[in-house]
Design a protein around this ligand. Sequence first.
Ligand code: AMP
Length: 279
Amino acid sequence: MQVCTSVKELSALLDQSRNKGQSIGFVPTMGALHEGHLSLINRASQQNDIVVVSIFVNPTQFNNPADLANYPRMIDADLQILKKFNELVVFHPAVDEVYPENDSFLPIDLGGMDEVMEGQFRPGHFKGVVHVVHNLFRMIQPTDAFFGLKDFQQVSIISHMTKTYGFPIQIHPCPTIRNNDGLALSSRNMRLSENQLKEALILFQTLDFVRKNKSSYSPEKLKKMAIHFFRNSTLQLEYLEIVDVETLKPLTAEWTKDAACCIAAYCGQVRLIDNILLN
Ligand code: AMP
């Protein structure tokens, strides 16, 4: 494992790989690594000659300053976890390395995909995500990039932006890793108490209910029933939507071929998201 903090250092290292015709896999993260991140890194290692893992808490994607301030940062523990990987480069840049003064980023139209669900409740979030991923793609020029379906809407938007900017990068959506009870792993879970970890299971229980009852009800009816689950919960539901996977538009009377149910809820001060694909 090698650690780079500057783009210059990173480019020199990756140029050596490119000159040898090696493929470069990229896994962007914000650190506080867990098994979900490791599943992406393992897949990238299986499919590529060299893997770059970025650890960068991106300020432009946080709409809430308290959320940014409280986001867990533990670079030493992260590096300890990544030590076991061969052919791995950790990119851990400062903010002005990712956003230089001569930043050539030009925003694109996300066709409303950034205005629903996460976009509705975290205004500007996806503009920040697109900006950081664009700049990291330009710096790293990977052949492959790996993203978790835990952030389902993000995967759709990244796939869209990769096509729009014409990046020759294969995007690999990877399954959500859960604990034994079904709770999706997240860096934010470490801010939950024992009790809250149990209460948060309602997210997966609700999604599982939707998956099991898809064939019996319309999306509209099932959404109403699922929202009802939160009536007696301590979690504060922010949204629950059943959407078409391609367009992210809410489904009402009819199911389309590929649908997803997406949830965001507050467990105390901690905002959790989860989703399930309903193919
Ligand atoms: P983050 O550090 O939260 O920005 O996440 C970095 C990458 O890991 C993103 O592509 C996430 O979707 C992915 N990820 C986070 N949690 C999980 C999980 N439980 N299972 C699979 N991938 C995940």
